[in-house]
Design a protein around this ligand. Sequence first.
Ligand code: PMT
Length: 228
Amino acid sequence: MEFSKAVVTSGPTREWIDPVRYISNASSGKMGFHIAEAIAKWIPEVTYIHGQVQGEYRSPEGSRRISVETTSEMKDAVLSEIQGATILIMAAAPADFRPAESKESKIKKEDGSEVILLELVKNPDILKAVSSEILRKLIPGCCLVGFAAETDFLEEHALGKLKSKNLNYIVGNYVGKNEKGFGEVETSVVIYSPLGKVAEIGPLSKALISERIVEFLKTDVSKVVTRS
Ligand code: PMT
């Protein structure tokens, strides 16, 4: 199979509570940025869809970029760019929940109450939306690669996500406070396919980890398990 177009997502999304506050996470965009730079050396057309990444991770060399803010916007951008794509790598950390209501004015803390309850609703799952389009044969043969950011039980959770999101590969990594997984740190990843653990990479810089992930995919995709 010829790999002609890649879509790579990166960074966190933001879900606004009111005009000055939002829900997000600690993703910097670094991993997705380096994946996009590495894959551009292999695949001629790369679209980089990013959330609110740090400035230096906005424009990977060799990619066309699309900036989004919320998880719904990232889903719309992915579904529109995935047409004609042969591989999707979701290194982004989209917010899983959003406030049920985003207030038009700043919520005041001077109203006397000590507790403020925030009702959250689930965001759409982007990878599940894409894999259902594949199953519906609207984008046949597209290779789906997810990331699993876990604080514990990496293999169990990563394989669970691989299965539930119907992916070809998932790249598992540990994340958490104290310089783990997010941002500038050196890190380690484990790649899983439906066959189980297929590669371990690191600890290395994210630039080198990304190159190794892309090298692995380049040589292994011929063995991609066909979906039924
Ligand atoms: O950006 P950095 O600071 O360099 O950090 C890199 C990273 C830790 C963010 C990256 O390596 C990583 O693990 N990205 C995935 C983070 C994540 O959201 O993991 P998850 O286990 O919650 O989601 C599993 C997969 O589903 C991911 O590929 C994610 O992009 C995707 N997803 C998640 C939520 C959602 N609503 N739709 C999705 O498709």
